[in-house]
Design a binder for this molecule. Sequence first.
Ligand SMILES: [Zn+2]
Length: 287
Amino acid sequence: MRIFDPHIHMTSRTTDDYEAMYAAGVRALVEPAFWLGQPRTSAASFADYFDALIGWERFRAAQFGIRHHCTIALNPKEANDPRCTPVLDLLPRYLGKDGVVAVGEVGYDSMTPEEDAAFARQLELAVEFELPALVHTPHRDKASGTSRTLAVVRESGLPPERVVVDHLNEVTVREVKDSGCWMGFSIYPDTKMDEDRMVAILQEYGTDRMLVNSAADWGRSDPLKTVKTARAMLASGFTESDVDKVLWQNPVEFYGQSGRLVLDDLPGFSPSPETFSGNSVLRGGGQ
Ligand SMILES: [Zn+2]
């Protein structure tokens, strides 16, 4: 089984997670830029984070046999903080770089006018840089938030096939499917979607334009939820090829629109003396 996790925040995960993911079949992932839990206080803080996403984290994943890509954006939550919004002017510098496969996560958190402005501006950047967009939907007011999200996407002129609307559930999936956008589902340990609910959605709505992710981050989450969903699909009668479509081919097709996916095999995670800016993921005897 080969797995592509289209939404996971590896910066906040350990090397044990990388090892477990590789062992379970994860060979590629996308790490969306998001907030850090602790609020940032300046645009410079984003610059260091973006540099880590395209540099250090990509290198670290490769040491464990996993191809790392990222998306770059001002996230919806911090779009409300005037100390952070100047980062919008920094984004073009990053959106042209290797390994950056979309603009994201953008969208709504509390649906404020500030979020409206940042969302619309960043969809413009997606059009300008010919990139897909990863759109986060709010965890509160999900139904109205999703409708409003789709209206803004339509207005942006970004073709729906270049947009994934993420964190969907049974209530929001229909409207997004009808819009022509891709549908993203985050599978969490004890809230929101779980594997069985995901399988039921796939049975009802089919496997086209469906993306399943773990959205694992610094909160309670599980980087193997992609694999567990794949197993639940098989247990309920989906074929190996259905699983491959949802957990590999779909994310490849969606993020492949950037022209920047790199998916050839890495030689595996050998405890080699490779370093990144003088740092090895090994300690002690590493370098
Ligand atoms: Zn996320």
